[in-house]
Design a binder for this molecule. Structure first.
Ligand code: 1QQ
Length: 372
């Protein structure tokens, strides 16, 4: 008894001396991602990226006295559920920052709530150039826009294929697929490439034969497609079934390995601009790949961008001297510059969009391979 008491006193004294008796500050991050609905293929891998990054940051000791905690909720790929999840994060969980939502379409509806409540948001997969970060000064993004990826990719694609004409096919019921189409159209026109035909579809569509047949008859040198992964797989499979062997170049929706799986052999040769050079020999990227392998995760671009979203929040907290409040994180974001990440050196631009080098990849042997 006496011994136990004196041990207790000793322990208390030791804790007081080292300061470890003080509770760790837990910084909650709300993660609104699509675990169901048409964007679920992206959400599953985003979740793996967030969880890995939270572990990475917490184990690294880079945020002394601060522990990150992810609160993950399904935005169901819809505006309505995105809004409901944001409301919960803002008012009930009282998170310090929000990552997500998965789709630009959802972000256009949910982000204004965070802006009004002054809760910083980091988009990790929204690529519509307009209507995201311009919502306001609390909205930031890690994901490169379609403009940032497609414009440099177009130069490389043209150098490779030397095409002079193009046909366009896009989803007309989604903020991202519409924005991707607008970027494709503008950059083709700017480069002097003739757009010989344009067709549309909607998310619930599964039969694209009429659109493909119409475009095929125009004999374009290339087909550019702005679609989410599920539609993308159907479009590519049906184009090849119709015997159309035109080079196909997809927008960001194609970046999910699920696209390759669902399209099968028809996916071979398809080009996609990407934000992540997965074969980059850079040490940060190689360490990340090893870390993910140890977790049993085969990361894709979306996983990596979600991981970097957490790194950006952690860096913002560090830059604000370990403060994990909403205001501190927002202020810290403005100082994030040349942060070493698996995406390369990452900075936020003055308009709160992200900046780092983009890449181009092609499906070869059933996998995305970086075009060197
Ligand atoms: C967006 C996208 C999707 C294709 C991926 C989540 O880029 O909605 O902006």
């Amino acid at each position: 008894m006496r011994f136990a008491r004196s041990i207790g006193v000793l322990v208390a004294a030791a804790l007081a001396a080292t300061g470890t008796a003080r509770a760790e500050q837990v910084v909650k991050i709300g993660v609104a991602i699509s675990l169901t609905g048409p964007a679920a293929v992206y959400g599953a891998t985003q979740k793996a990226g967030v969880l890995a990054a939270v572990d990475h940051v917490n184990k690294s000791g880079m945020l002394k006295g601060v522990k990150l905690e992810a609160v993950i909720e399904d935005d169901a790929s819809t505006k309505e559920q995105g809004i409901a999840v944001f409301q919960r994060f803002i008012n009930k969980d009282k998170v310090a920052a929000i990552i997500g939502p998965t789709l630009s379409n959802t972000a256009t509806a949910a982000d204004p709530l965070a802006q009004a409540a002054k809760v910083p948001v980091v988009a990790v997969s929204n690529t519509a150039p307009k209507g995201i970060t311009d919502i306001g000064d609390y909205i930031w993004r890690v994901s490169l826009t379609e403009f940032q990826v497609i414009v440099p990719a177009l130069q490389r694609m043209q150098a490779k294929l030397g095409f002079k004409t193009a046909a366009l096919l896009y989803g007309n019921d989604d903020a991202f697929t519409q924005a991707g189409y607008a970027v494709m159209k503008a950059s083709l026109e700017h480069t002097g490439i003739k757009i010989v035909g344009t067709q549309t579809f909607a998310k619930p569509d599964r039969d694209y034969n009429a659109q493909i047949t119409a475009l095929k008859a125009l004999h374009p040198d290339i087909l550019m497609v702005s679609a989410l992964a599920e539609n993308a797989a159907g479009i590519v499979a049906q184009a090849r079934q119709l015997g159309w062997n035109v080079p196909i170049w997809g927008g960001n929706g194609f970046n999910a390995p699920a696209f390759i799986k669902n399209a099968g052999p028809a996916a071979e040769g398809v080009y996609v601009g990407t934000a992540w050079n997965k074969v980059s020999p850079d040490k940060v990227n190689q360490d990340y790949l090893a870390e993910m392998k140890a977790r049993g995760v085969d990361p894709d671009q979306f996983c990596t961008q979600a991981y970097v979203g957490v790194l950006a929040i952690a860096d913002a907290i560090k830059l604000e001297g370990g403060k994990g409040t909403r205001e501190a994180i927002k202020a810290g974001f403005a100082k994030v510059k040349d942060l070493p990440t698996p995406l390369g050196l990452f900075s936020f631009l003055p308009n709160r969009d992200g900046s780092h080098p983009p890449s181009l990849q092609q499906v070869q042997g059933g996998k995305f391979q970086i075009v060197q």
